[in-house]
Design a binder for this molecule. Sequence first.
Ligand code: GA4
Length: 343
Amino acid sequence: MVGGGCGRCVVEGDQEEVIRIGGGVDMRKERKLVVEEIVRASEEYGFFKVVNHGVSPHIISNMEEAAFSFFSQPFPSKTAFPTYGSNNIGFSGDLGHLEYLILHPTHYSSLFHYPSNFRSSVNEYIKAVREVACEILEMMAEGVGVPNTWAFSALLRDHDSDSLLRLNHYPPLLPSHSSPSNSYNLGFGEHSDPQIITILRSNDVHGLQISLPDKGLWLPVSPDPSAFFVNVGDVLQFQCSNYCGFHRSVLNQSVQCFDWNLKVMTNGRFVSVRHRAVTNSHKSRMSMAYFGGPPLNACIVAPPEMVTPERPSLYRPFTWAEYKQAAYSLRLGDNRIHHFRSS
Ligand code: GA4
């Protein structure tokens, strides 16, 4: 049994998700409708699926093949790569039944050791999914009334954006590892993603579950290899948290003195989704997650115009570097956000 603290997890609510996750947000629909659906899903769940996203299946299958071929190497060859890991997650003792590669697209050295065809699959894939992430962030900004619709996406497009691609391989369970019915072995424990946004693509194997805020339920998400799943990250929740309920005209005033590197904002409604991955299958699960993060020195702060005596700032200003450091010093499932509350 593996898993930090909770190796086996019973799914408390087993109904298949209905909501927007089922059909997904169709990116080919009229823009106004897409914007509305994305905003609603980000408010309610911090999670949604997108279909007809426009990324070529060829780019996706190249990336997936490159990932499978990497993981099919003998263990000693894989461990020679500095960004390969297995079973240990982070630096605080969390465990999971998986192996993974973490690749930083902007750190040249992160890809340096890989063969050139692997590097080109990674670069092509990252370029394509970053575009999807940026398009979604632009629609989010538009949907919550931020006139500078590039407010969030600029952080991902920045040369110093601290984004990464994570390839997670969940090997099939050996019969001796499998759990009693209705319980699961933990592949990747419960957590939220610290960054701004995550674009996740998995093969056709079950495993992803999301936690429904307020309901205390884990919902299994049906795999859909032709779709992307989108997670709202902590930073997007932070940037939202102070603005909850503000009237749009107030928001519009404040964004006139907008500085993207210092004052990124929406009108404060999104939640970062808690999720986990379980391994309950006899097939390998491969997930490829692009985590869109800001530059390390980007300051996450509520603009002063948005903070009033009636609605004081919930969080103190901090840089992404500070938040990231805090995330790495805590356990995977810990609540990091409350460490940043204003005193
Ligand atoms: C979750 C999202 C990404 O996979 C990740 C993870 C990181 C890691 O595995 O090294 C973290 C985890 C993630 C959140 C809290 C910290 C950091 C493990 C951990 C205990 C690469 C990331 O950026 O944060």
